[in-house]
Design a binder for this molecule. Structure first.
Ligand SMILES: Cc1ncc(COP(=O)(O)O)c(C=O)c1O
Length: 383
């Protein structure tokens, strides 16, 4: 009996062939495949510029750094996210402030953002949790009114569409949007990420920062004594993606719409299977949106069940089923307790949600039989 993880990559022979061809080419590190991948991401999302990088975390770091926000200013983000959404602010001297989530979408609530605004707020990082778009029209309106910059953390949301029908990643509601291509995400490059933007200045800055802040462009250098010469114009990092990863990314991106159809079908099957179970709350799709679900998160009434979440996860695991918890509210993490002003109790909706949430297996390569095993196992464990 094979173990069914909560998420995993979907790799076929076309992907293998693409990587193999790159291995046999002249470029292993950043080369023509990276540029091709960036163009493919622009074509797919509709954004003008793309900078492919080594991870979603690197993408967030570059995005915040490129905005050059005042040190000590505040960035508002969701507590219901991976730590990287907030950490990227800290890397740049911005203080994360956590605004509570909406109890239905589990995304950051625009009303909660409005309540956390101060004269010192410079940034909102909205997270499209589980692949469902956050309320970007409302967030963009707040940002306009208060002259704030906006980043969309779309680590979960490549392939998703806003209620207006356009694709997440087109940056029509934000300055920058980031993706992650970790293997549990909807498409993968092994490790990897990308930042999308429509702003040519931000784009140029991120190109520099991706590679140590070094330029070989004669137009950017103060002198040009010879072909060996380069200048370090800013303090950047080594966040480059390799051509092998980009080749995999191009191949995976070509299948994203198929991945989306499959993921949505699995979500619909789960929703139907659990609809009448009084212990389970299934996810609600954001009205009008077409989400490319990265996670399938149910809320389980463990109190009524009379079993702890740890016991349920253990009993699922004994039946060969993986599950996971997304997310421990970031503001309750020990580091944030020590360094930020947030305290447990500050985001009660996210904290209540965390007590009940459980992510069940969802990946495009999951077969119907495997999904039936998950449904049967959960029904059995919940009695
Ligand atoms: C919401 C969110 N943002 C950012 C990241 C960071 O992405 P990566 O793991 O590629 O660095 C993740 C990764 O899980 C994530 O879930």
């Amino acid at each position: 009996m094979n173990f069914i993880p909560y998420g995993r990559q979907d790799i076929d022979q076309g992907d293998e062939q693409a990587v193999l061809e790159t291995l046999r080419s002249s470029y292993l590190t950043q080369g023509p495949k990276v540029a091709e991948f960036e163009q493919a991401l622009c074509n797919y999302t509709g954004a003008r510029y793309c900078v492919a990088v080594a991870s979603g975390t690197a993408a967030l770091h570059l995005a915040v750094a490129a905005l050059e926000l005042p040190k000590g200013s505040e960035g508002i983000t969701s507590p219901n996210t991976f730590t990287a959404s907030a950490n990227s602010m800290v890397y740049c001297g911005i203080k994360p402030v956590f605004a509570d989530i909406d109890p239905v979408s589990y995304n950051i609530s625009p009303e909660a953002i409005a309540a956390k605004l101060s004269d010192n707020t410079s940034l909102i990082t909205a997270v499209h949790f589980a692949g469902q778009p956050a309320d970007m029209p409302a967030i963009a309106k707040l940002a306009r009114q208060h002259q704030l910059r906006v980043i969309e953390d779309a680590a979960h949301a490549i392939g998703s569409c806003y209620p207006d029908g356009s694709k997440v990643g087109n940056c029509c509601y934000s300055d920058l949007t980031i993706f992650s291509f970790h293997p549990v995400k909807t498409m993968t490059t092994g490790e990897g990420g990308a930042v999308m933007t429509n702003d040519p200045e931000l784009y140029r800055t991120m190109l520099l920062l991706r590679s140590h802040g070094i330029s070989k462009d004669p137009a950017q250098m103060s002198q040009n004594p010879g072909p060996w010469y380069y200048e370090m114009l800013a303090l950047g990092w080594h966040y480059r993606l390799t051509d092998m990863q980009a080749a995999l990314g191009i191949s995976q991106l070509g299948k994203i719409d198929r991945f989306k159809v499959r993921r949505r079908a699995i979500v619909a099957n789960y929703n139907a299977a659990f609809a009448t179970n009084p212990l389970i709350t299934t996810p609600h799709e954001v009205a009008g949106a077409s989400s490319c679900f990265h996670l399938y998160v149910v809320q389980i009434n463990f109190e009524k069940l009379g079993k702890s979440r740890a016991d349920v996860m253990q009993q699922l695991s004994e039946r060969g089923i993986g599950s996971q918890v997304h997310y421990i509210p970031v503001h309750t993490q020990p580091w944030y307790q020590q360094h930020a002003t947030a305290r447990p109790g500050d985001c009660p909706v996210a904290e209540r949600y965390y007590q009940c949430c459980l992510s069940l297996p969802l990946y495009s390569a999951m077969s119907d039989e495997e999904q039936q095993r998950v449904i049967a196992a959960l029904n059995e464990v919940l009695g």
